[in-house]
Design a protein around this ligand. Structure first.
Ligand code: ADP
Length: 193
């Protein structure tokens, strides 16, 4: 089972992605977590990505692809993945597709989108900011990330809707309800229905 999560920052991708990964027995891969890990290590990739992440801009494709692609291919060979945060642009989707070819086991089963209004996204990110564990959860950066999402990531939804892969769920419901809605939608996909 191969699932992508495409949603705005603050929509709850990470929480839901890890629950989906557990239910379907596949690996949860989060591009943001992978990047933050490299930042914390101070690796070459981390140093190259730092200023982009701090500003709330997308890091260059080449860096993200290097972190994510091999892991996704490996996970797919082991039964699947929930990929959270990648691809984030149409170009990343197309490049990933070109680089991995059309291997059968890499075929996507579903693309999950959590719908949450901007006001609610802002509120959640500011709440997370006061918990203080992310350098990019600050006022100005939050607005910029939402803008980047609208301009660069949102168009991906259309791309996957056209391919019949998009599953949209109301991400403003309580966390457990969102999870249940996703299970209901994706259990059918898994059994081929
Ligand atoms: P959120 O979606 O809540 O903003 P993430 O943890 O997914 O958080 O991403 C944090 C940051 O990591 C992004 O603002 C961006 O700088 C970088 N990033 C993550 N995934 C990608 C990607 N696929 N392409 C480019 N940059 C990315």
């Amino acid at each position: 089972m191969n699932i992508l999560m495409v949603a705005a920052p603050g929509a709850g991708k990470g929480t839901q992605a890890s629950r989906l990964a557990e239910r379907y027995g596949v690996e949860h891969l989060a591009s943001g977590d992978l990047l933050r890990h490299e930042l914390a290590l101070g690796s070459a990739i981390g140093r190259a990505a730092a200023s982009y992440v701090e500003r709330g801009d997308l890091v260059p494709d080449e860096l993200v692809m290097r972190l994510v692609l091999d892991r996704a291919v490996t996970a797919a060979g082991r039964g699947g993945y929930v990929l959270d945060g990648f691809p984030r642009t149409r170009q990343q989707a197309e490049e990933a597709y070109a680089m991995t070819g059309q291997q059968e086991h890499l075929t996507l089963d579903a693309v999950v989108h959590l719908e949450v209004a901007h006001d609610e996204l802002r509120r959640r990110m500011l709440a997370r900011a006061s918990a203080g564990d992310r350098i990019d959860d600050r006022h100005a950066v939050i607005d910029h990330r939402l803008d980047v999402y609208d301009r660069q990531t949102q168009p991906l939804l259309e791309y996957y809707r056209d391919r019949g892969l998009l599953v949209c769920v109301d991400g403003e419901r309580p966390v457990d309800e969102v999870t249940q809605l996703l299970f209901d939608a994706l259990d059918g996909v898994r059994s081929g229905g």
